[in-house]
Write a protein that binds this ligand. Sequence first.
Ligand code: JEH
Length: 381
Amino acid sequence: MKIDIVSIFPDYLAPLELSLPGKAQAKGLLDIAVHDLRQWTHDRHHTTDDTPYGGGAGMVMKPEPWAQALDALTGDGSTIVFTTPSGAPFTQAMATELSGQDHLVFACGRYEGIDQRVIDHAASIGEVREISIGDYVLNGGEVAALAITEAVVRLLPGFMSNPESLTEESHEGGLLEYPVYTKPASWRGHDVPPVLLSGNHAAIAHWRHDQAVRRTAERRPDLAHPATLVDEGELRLVQPGDAGEIYTLQRACWLAELEANPGVEIPALKETLEDVRRWIAEDTVFVLRSGGRLVGAVRASLHGSSWHLGRLMVAPDLSGRGLGRMLLETIESAAPDEVGTYELFTGARSERNLKMYKKAGYRRGDGDAPPGAVHLSKRRR
Ligand code: JEH
C-alpha cells in the first residue's frame, strides 16, 4: 500500500515516515510519504489560505495548491481522504475498507477547511472519502489522518506480529472488551477476580462475556449487542421512536392482565403516550423486534442496590416461546455493578408470569404489593 499525506504542517506527521509502521515499510508492504502543501504554491509568501466568500470568521484553504498536489500525487485507483469535522464518522469497518486499497492520499486541511471545489475536483480524479474521527473540534486534519493511518496500517497482511489478535477482534458494532489482568494476582490491595485463576475455561468465558455485556450497556448504549440477537428477533436498547409501539403493545398486554386479575388497578393501562415517552427516556429499556415489528419490551431502574424490573411484555400471539424469559435475562444482565437484588411486581393470579419468574429464580418478596399483585425478588448471583 502507498499512503501520501499532504499538510501545511508535515513535521506533525514526520514520525509516520520513519518509525510507526516501520516493520511494514521495511518489508516493502507499505510506503508512506508526507508532503508539504506549500511546495505547490507559487507566490513569494507560499499562501495557502484566503478570506471566505460570503463572509464569516476565519480563513479558507485556496483551491490551486490542493489541485496541483492532488494532480501530482493521484493516479488510477487512488482513494482521496479528506479528514473533516463534517465527514462520516470513522469506524473499524471503514478501516477494513481502506486497508484493501492500493493507494490512499490524505488531504489534511487547516483553518476553516478547504474550498469545496477541491473536493468536487478530487471526485473527478479518484474515489473521495470525507471522514471525521469524532464529534470534537481539532485545529486541523493531521491528527485525524494519523489516527486513520494507524487503524488502517495495522490491518495490512504481515503487519501485526500476532495475526490471531486480528481475527479475534470483531469490534464492528459488537461488544466492548472485557477487563484484562496480569501478574501479580494481588496488587496494592486489588485482587484479580478469582474466576480468572480458577482454570475453569467455561467459567472464565462466561465471566468475560458478562463483563463485556455490562460494560457495553453502561458505556455504549448506542451499540447493538450481538449477545442479545436471537433467532426470533432483534433485542436492542429502546429508542425514542419506539414509544408509540410500546404504548400500543402495553395496552394489549395489560388488558389480558386485567382479565386475569379482575378489579386490580393496573398503572400500565392508565398511562398516556407522554408517560411512556418519559419512562423510556429515564429507565433502562430493551425492546424486541421481529421482522420489523415491536413484539416485546422490558424496563428497569436503579433504587439503591436494587434493580426494579417492570413492564415485561410480549405480544400475546407470541407468548410461550421463551421471549419473556429472554427479555428478563437481558434486563438482569444490564444491571449496574452495585445491584444486589432484582425486584418486581406481577398479578397475583397471572399464572403464566408467576411460573416464569419462579423458574428464573424469583421468590415471594417481603415488599408491599398493591392490591391484587405480588412482590417477587431474587438475589444477584
Ligand atoms: C478539523 C480537518 C481542517 C475547526 C472547526 C471548524 C465543528 C461543531 N474529528 C475532527 N474534529 N476536527 C476535525 C476532525 C476530523 N477528522 C478536523 C479541521 C480540519 C479535520 C480544519 N479544521 C479545523 C476546524 C468549524 N467547526 C466545525 N462545529 C460545533 C459541530 C463547529 C464549527 C472547521 C475546521
